[in-house]
Design a protein around this ligand. Structure first.
Ligand SMILES: C[S@@+](CC[C@H](N)C(=O)[O-])C[C@H]1O[C@@H](n2cnc3c(N)ncnc32)[C@H](O)[C@@H]1O
Length: 206
């Protein structure tokens, strides 16, 4: 699905004004102002603001195998999927450290939403240590080519350019006196071996 089509579906499904644009370099840029719709339904510290999941869902109508990473008390009624959290009390599908993801069959998911703690102080609220963002991105290389990661943070995590492309960068303003955040959308690239295989298969078919 092309990004122009994703954005068209976003406007149609959410009825929000068009606030995302494909830039000259092919990347999607834009800003979401959450307005009055910023409360966290579950009241969980750091939970997604109301409206966030609906926006993401509308951008990916073609994705059905969703994984919520750092899932907390994510609203699965709005965006159904499996969940990963380090805290077993939250009863996630997988209790796992996002920096390892040893128990998660990543290749079966085509959309990952990630909402890590943003700072040491935030991590303390969950009684965890702060994650190394680049280690999480490295663990996510087990995703299949074409899978997307929607990463909500105050930081653009370090990532390998031979493993992921950044397809979209969306600023997110919650309301006055709240932190400004950025939604970065990565796409898993094909591995070198897969890119090498493709023309060989074409040759064989001819
Ligand atoms: C910002 S909250 C996510 C809130 C969620 N988006 C929601 O709507 O409820 C971050 C979550 O990451 C979890 N977490 C912290 N460190 C983790 C790690 N290393 N691996 C997996 N989960 C972790 C915490 O337990 C917490 O539930």
């Amino acid at each position: 699905m092309k990004w122009e089509d994703r954005i068209t579906n976003y406007v149609r499904a959410t009825k929000f004004p068009r606030s995302l644009f494909v830039a000259g370099d092919g990347r999607v840029v834009g800003t979401w102002i959450m307005g009055n719709d910023y409360r966290v339904k579950s009241e969980y510290y750091g939970g997604y603001p109301a409206g966030y999941l609906k926006r993401i869902h509308s951008l990916f109508p073609d994705k059905y195998r969703v994984l919520h990473l750092f899932s907390g008390k994510v609203d699965l009624a709005t965006l159904p999927g499996d969940t990963v959290d380090i805290n077993p009390d939250l009863s996630p599908t997988y209790v796992d450290d996002a920096q390892r993801l040893e128990r998660v069959p990543l290749a079966m998911y085509d959309l990952v939403l990630a909402d890590p703690p943003y700072s040491v102080e935030d991590a303390e609220r969950y009684q965890t240590t702060m994650v190394k963002r680049n280690t999480v991105l490295a663990a996510l290389r087990g995703l299949s080519p074409g899978a997307h990661i929607v990463w909500l943070d105050q930081v653009l995590p370090m990532y390998r350019k031979d493993t992921f492309d950044v397809e979209a960068v969306i600023g997110m303003v919650k309301s006055t006196n709240h932190r400004f955040r950025v939604v970065t959308i990565f796409r898993r690239r094909a591995t070198a071996a897969q890119r090498y295989d493709a023309p060989l298969l074409t040759d064989a078919a001819e």
